[in-house]
Ligand binder design. Structure first.
Ligand code: ADP
Ligand code: ASP
Ligand code: MG
Length: 854
């Protein structure tokens, strides 16, 4: 006989139940089958919430109840044909009425005891089992629902009752012997005391039910059907390249599940192990996938570590005191006090000095643990031999598990090295005495990064493929896409699988999950679905926030969501990042709205490369927060192209500051466009001619006033100030002198602007002539010094760094504590689509290298 247990997600919808029916049909070809079912997905939680609401006298419990009733009705109607359906609906109706009465009782009493909670929560399985049995009968499989409360006998520890095996096994055997030939559909999770009080086996307890049934009848296998391809090397919600383990030992599974691998409920392992029955984990959605097989001794794996798991909420407690040194029996007293209070200890580590003992417990046990230990060590505390218990509640545990660890030296070192490399602080360490497990306690907010870092250290880098979304296909975005197209072959030769999966603009969106063909992206974008046929950077700039965000999200392949508001909270749960892929969002727009989404994107695991100045010229704390979010999430945030186009300005300044240098002064020419105009004036052109020539060369913004106003330069200066940690320099405080009088030129439309421009020529020429007579040049200069920051047209002499800048050059002179005498100067062409796009491309490759690195 085989036991097939189907978890909540395997019975979540009628469609899934049909798959279950198919799997059972298949299994019956090889022999007898018994089925164990969980409540429908989400129902156990909904029942607990209804109970809580009722106890708070909140009549929302009735809404939850109605929704549950409707859901089960609908499933019954979908899965059973008449006349069977009528009988099934009556059963559901009766159960739902009982449930409502119970909830109403709680509502009246304003109190829900653990015992009542167990009764309420039992309805989940008591509703799913008859529906599943009916679905089997509907395809002519003889099947009967079976209420496990008549089979599994427990004590009265409600919520997590202990099973009386001697009473339970004979009952299970008797039931199944009496029902040979028909498939028993047994409710998981629920049981009863000798006195017929309903109990439950703990969350996830259906696995345990299946193990008990299997052990009782010495089944050939106990199969747990769930929504993943078996036990994976790590929680797939934390590690994108977690992979299924084909075979592992009961002991390894025990360690993994004890430390948080939710896929199997830990108590289920013991009955299977002692009866020597293999546990098999299979995927209901992919029945043909191999799944995992758990046996007494698994063949050794090639790697020392089999898997990584984590518990993200634990409480770390430490008993310390001089009076503990050399006194035997302290640890024994501590742990027996905890055992007596039924507090289970997740992990223990004792300093070799014996001066302190550190252990971790579940948060719900923390208060009880504290109380019993205060009592147990009351005398020592009064005498000052033992200090007050230290409690840290913001911590998590990460465990690396594998039988082969005990044979190989240096595994712990490798693990600690990986955590150190990721800059994760280890707060406590414990090694299981079996040497099958090393666990570390880390700060809770580090847990995901810690699991990833450990997984990566033992199983290699997660990202074989880098999916890129390019937002904005105007001058810079367009040039980037062209460069990517040209570089395709070379990237492939370098082993870089980089794919542009989406090009999004304010009006268009071109998507292909396998990669947009770049040789002809322009034409494809024109054909792509449009809100508006016009495609360029301006359109992207004008996109409203919602649409821009939607585009970004859609571009990342996180689609099928009706509205952004509905997406934000649960998105990561609903869409775990694709296996083996990194995502990079490339922002070639000039949109503040797109910038506003950066935090969200980073949090969701996308790296960002940006040529968009707005997000980085913002308030210091906003920029710092973005950089911190990226650091914490282990993703990249690069924006070299925002200043000096492709020149290494951002990286240079950042490198100086991060190695401890301090910026004392910055002088520079930060606008290649303005410099090209001024240089042309030097060569004898009128200002209006020079502006026109710069525009024709593609050096200016679409509307030249955006350059001439100085606004663009002020922003770049703020970006540099952010990198330099100059919190006093914010956009409002940068003194900006436009190159032309804003009273005349600021608000003109394109035509009017070009018409009005020649009027400025004469005055400008005079200013230029005066400067030349004094041996000076007119340059649009940006400065940060002790007085703050300013940008504007200045007549500079040959000593000034800006004097040398020719054509569309940028020139940034950094005077720092280290470069105090002669400033470090970065100089080169600083405007134009090709060089800017090259800066973006270089950043993109930096990110690709980082995400592929072990
Ligand atoms: P069921 O409802 O079928 O009992 P569970 O939700 O209890 O399923 O357990 C399966 C889930 O456990 C998976 O969807 C996965 O998200 C999570 N999980 C955590 N760690 C692991 C792991 N190491 N291997 C497989 N799944 C894991
Ligand atoms: N339905 C129960 C729970 O959600 C038992 C289970 O699914 O295993 O915890
Ligand atoms: Mg489960």
């Amino acid at each position: 006989m085989k036991i097939l247990k189907f978890g909540g997600s395997s019975v979540g919808t009628p469609e899934r139940v049909r798959r279950l029916v198919g799997i059972v049909t298949e299994a019956r070809r090889d022999g007898e089958v018994a089925v164990v079912v969980s409540a429908f997905e989400g129902v156990t939680n909904a029942l607990l919430e209804a109970a809580d609401a009722a106890a708070r006298r909140n009549d929302a419990y009735l809404d939850r109840w109605s929704a549950l009733r409707a859901r089960h009705h609908q499933a019954a109607e979908a899965l059973a044909a008449l006349p069977e359906q009528d009988a099934l609906l009556r059963t559901i109706e009766l159960r739902c009425n009982d449930l409502r009465d119970l909830l109403h009782g709680v509502f009246l009493l304003r109190e829900c005891s653990p015992r009542t909670r167990d009764s309420i929560v039992s309805y989940g399985e008591r509703l799913s089992a008859p529906i599943v049995a009916a679905a089997l009968r509907d395809v002519q499989i003889d099947a009967d629902p079976c209420d496990a409360r008549s089979l599994i006998v427990t004590d009265a520890r409600f919520g997590r009752a202990r099973v009386d095996l001697d009473a339970t096994y004979p009952r299970i055997r008797a039931y199944l012997e009496a029902h040979v030939g028909s498939v028993a559909v047994i409710t998981g999770f629920i049981a009863a005391t000798m006195g017929d009080q309903t109990t439950t086996l703990g969350r996830g307890g259906s696995d345990y039910t299946a193990a008990l049934v299997g052990a009782a009848v010495e089944a050939d296998a106990i199969e747990l059907w769930t929504d993943v391809d078996g036990v994976l090397s790590a929680d797939p919600r934390l590690v994108e390249n977690a992979f299924p383990l084909r075979v592992l030992s009961y002991d390894e599974l025990m360690e993994l599940s004890h430390f948080g691998a939710k896929v199997v409920y830990p108590p289920s392992i013991q009955p299977a192990r002692s009866a020597g029955i293999p546990l098999v984990i299979k995927n209901t959605l992919e029945p043909n996938a191999a799944g995992s097989r758990i046996v007494a001794s698994a063949p050794p794996s090639t790697r020392p570590v089999r898997g990584v798991s984590s518990i993200d909420t634990v409480c770390l407690m430490r008993l310390e005191g001089a009076g503990m040194i050399g006194v035997p029996g302290i640890a024994a007293r501590l742990f027996s006090a905890l055992a007596k209070a039924e507090v289970s200890v997740i992990l223990i580590s004792q300093a070799s000095s014996e001066h302190s003992i550190c252990f971790a417990v579940a948060p719900e046990d923390a208060e009880r643990a504290q109380q019993v230990l205060n009592e147990a060590f009351a005398l020592e505390r009064d005498a000052g031999l033992v200090e007050d218990l230290v409690i840290e509640s913001d911590v998590a545990v990460v465990a690396a598990v594998g039988e082969a660890m005990r044979e190989q030296p240096g595994i712990s070192a490798q693990l600690f090295g990986a955590l150190a490399h990721a800059q994760i602080n280890i707060r406590a360490i414990a090694q299981g005495s079996s040497e099958r497990n090393v666990s570390v306690v880390v700060t809770r907010s580090d847990v995901q990064r810690a699991v990833r870092a450990v997984h990566r250290a033992f199983f290699g880098p997660p990202n074989e493929r880098v999916d890129v979304v390019v937002a904005g296909a105007g001058t810079v975005g367009g040039a980037l896409l062209d460069q990517l197209a040209d570089a395709e072959a070379q990237l492939a030769d370098d082993g870089i699988d980089l794919r542009v999966v989406a090009i999004v603009t304010g009006s268009k969106q071109l998507r292909d999950a396998e990669g947009v063909a770049l040789d002809d992206w322009r034409a494809a974008l024109v054909e792509a679905p449009a809100r508006d046929a016009f495609v360029d950077a301006d359109a992207a700039r004008n996109a409203d926030a919602e649409a821009a965000f939607d585009d970004v999200i859609l571009g990342l392949g996180l689609d099928d969501h009706p509205s952004v508001d509905a997406v934000v909270p649960g998105l990561f749960d609903a869409f775990p990042p694709a296996v083996g892929r990194a995502r990079v969002f490339v922002d070639c727009t000039a949109s503040a709205e797109v910038g506003a989404d950066y935090g969200e994107l980073l949090r969701r695991g996308a790296s960002i490369v940006s040529a968009n100045k707005l997000p980085f010229a913002e308030a210091p704390e906003r920029v710092a927060a973005l950089r911190e979010t990226a650091r914490r999430g282990g993703v990249g945030l690069r924006f070299e192209a925002t200043v000096g186009a492709g020149l290494p300005v951002v990286a240079t300044l950042d490198g100086l500051v991060r190695t401890g240098d301090r910026l004392t002064r910055l002088d520079g020419v930060l606008s290649g466009s303005l410099n090209a105009m001024l240089d042309r004036v030097d060569a004898g052109a009128a200002l209006s001619e020079a502006v026109g020539a710069a525009r024709d060369a593609g050096l200016t913004e679409p509307h030249p006033w955006d350059d001439l106003s100085g606004e663009d330069v002020a922003r770049k200066l703020c970006i540099l100030a952010r990198l330099a940690g100059r919190e006093d320099v914010v956009r409002e405080d940068v003194a900006v002198t436009p190159l032309l009088d804003p009273a005349v030129y600021a608000d003109l439309d394109d035509d009017a602007f070009w018409q009005a421009l020649p009027a400025a020529d004469a005055a400008f020429a005079a200013r230029h002539a005066a400067a030349r007579a004094a041996g000076q040049r007119l340059r649009y200069v940006a400065t940060i010094d002790d007085d703050g920051a300013r940008v504007g047209l200045e007549a500079v002499d040959a000593e000034h760094p800006a004097y040398a800048a020719r054509g569309p050059e940028n020139l940034i002179a950094l005077t720092t504590a280290r470069y105090a005498e002669v400033p470090l100067t970065v100089r080169g062409p600083g405007a134009g689509p090709a060089v800017t796009a090259a800066g973006v491309f270089a950043d993109l490759l930096m990110i690709v290298d980082a995400v592929r690195r072990v």
